[in-house]
Design a protein around this ligand. Structure first.
Ligand SMILES: *Cc1c(COP(=O)(O)O)cnc(C)c1O
Length: 331
């Protein structure tokens, strides 16, 4: 029988991963409060996390849980970038071998970042699903230990440590806004936060371009959606054909789902730069984009928005900011 992760495992993860991660700050965003009528809005700044995204939490929890024999064999994963980087980082710090499978869709600067961390990179196929097939073949032929990006109780528990940091500093949070793709992030945070405070309202923000989790939730089983380019490339990809954990956890713990367009994501990115001097990648700006575009009413609420990462190359980032400036700003 499959065992869903529990709050106890999130606390165990917190202790286990401490040497690999930083406790990221919560920043009060006064500008956003006046825009939305919220009581308060805080940003949980995983954009400042080691490797540039929260994924190091799950990866560290998984890899540090492996026994000696498994660590000696080495680990393998597939990823749109941030998870691959996290696995490479933890493997390098732990002194074990890592292979990262990517599709040709993954931006070259991300591939380079993973190589630099000492991992072996295998590029094959043109979608996350094809990268996953390559990964499955290599897992068997090389006898490596899989470290999946989201559908694993230890990964979910690792991401859940974010909730412990939020609930410790801001225990009366009303609304938590979380970017949603494969669902490991939302599942871990929501399970932990709701176990601590059942009244907290969990909002998942998905890509209008590729809402694989939402389509799967309405179908009651994993659904493939066409993979289009997105400015929030960290949110691309399916939920896996044999999803075991995140689909049911997201179903159980998410209270509300929002869809966000490419333009709205840019609104979020520009606003964070222009008013808060924060540089984030597209995936990290979805919650702020949703707030700015009034996709959710947070009047009088204590809100925490998760900034999930900052992996974006300078060219692309500057191009987006420039296009907003020539539009006369986001207003
Ligand atoms: C992976 C990732 C997400 C989404 O996490 P899931 O567990 O796949 O839902 C959000 N933001 C960033 C920056 C990511 O790298």
């Amino acid at each position: 029988m499959k065992q869903m992760p529990t709050l106890l495992e999130v606390y165990q993860a917190q202790r286990r991963i401490r040497p690999m991660i930083r406790q990221t700050p919560l920043m009060a965003a006064a500008e956003l409060v006046s825009r939305t009528g919220a009581h308060s809005i805080h940003l949980k700044m995983e954009n400042l996390q080691n490797t540039g995204a929260f994924k190091v939490r799950g990866a560290a929890n998984k890899i540090l849980s492996l026994d000696d024999e498994a660590q000696q064999r080495g680990v393998i994963t597939f990823s749109t970038g941030n998870h691959g980087k996290a696995v490479a980082y933890v493997a390098e710090k732990t002194g074990i071998k890592a292979v990262v499978c990517l599709s040709a869709h993954v931006a070259p600067y991300r591939v380079e970042a993973i190589r630099k961390l000492g991992a072996e990179v295998s590029v094959k196929g043109h979608s996350q699903d094809e990268a996953e097939k390559n990964y499955q073949a290599l897992t068997v032929s090389k006898g490596l230990v899989p470290v999946v990006p989201f559908d694993d109780p230890l990964i979910i528990a690792g991401q859940g440590t974010i909730a412990l940091e939020i609930m410790e500093k801001l225990p009366d949070t009303d609304v938590l806004m979380i970017p949603l793709s494969g669902g490991g992030l939302l599942a871990g945070i929501a399970m932990a936060a709701k176990t601590i405070n059942p009244g907290i309202h969990i909002v998942g923000v998905s890509l209008e371009q590729s809402p694989a989790m939402l389509e799967s939730l309405s179908a009651g089983r994993p659904i493939h959606v066409e993979e289009k380019d997105s400015i929030a490339d960290s949110l691309l990809g399916g939920i896996g054909d044999d999803n075991r954990y995140t689909l049911s956890l997201v179903e159980k713990f998410a209270d509300e789902h929002l869809l966000i367009s490419e333009e709205e994501i840019k609104d979020g990115m520009f606003y964070l730069f222009d008013r808060h001097r924060l540089i984030v990648e597209g995936a990290a700006a979805v919650g702020i984009g949703a707030l700015l575009n009034r996709k959710i009413n947070v009047k009088g609420k204590k809100v925490v928005g998760l900034l999930s990462g900052s992996s974006i190359n300078s060219d692309e980032y500057i191009r987006i900011m420039q296009s907003r400036l020539s539009d006369g700003g986001e207003g």
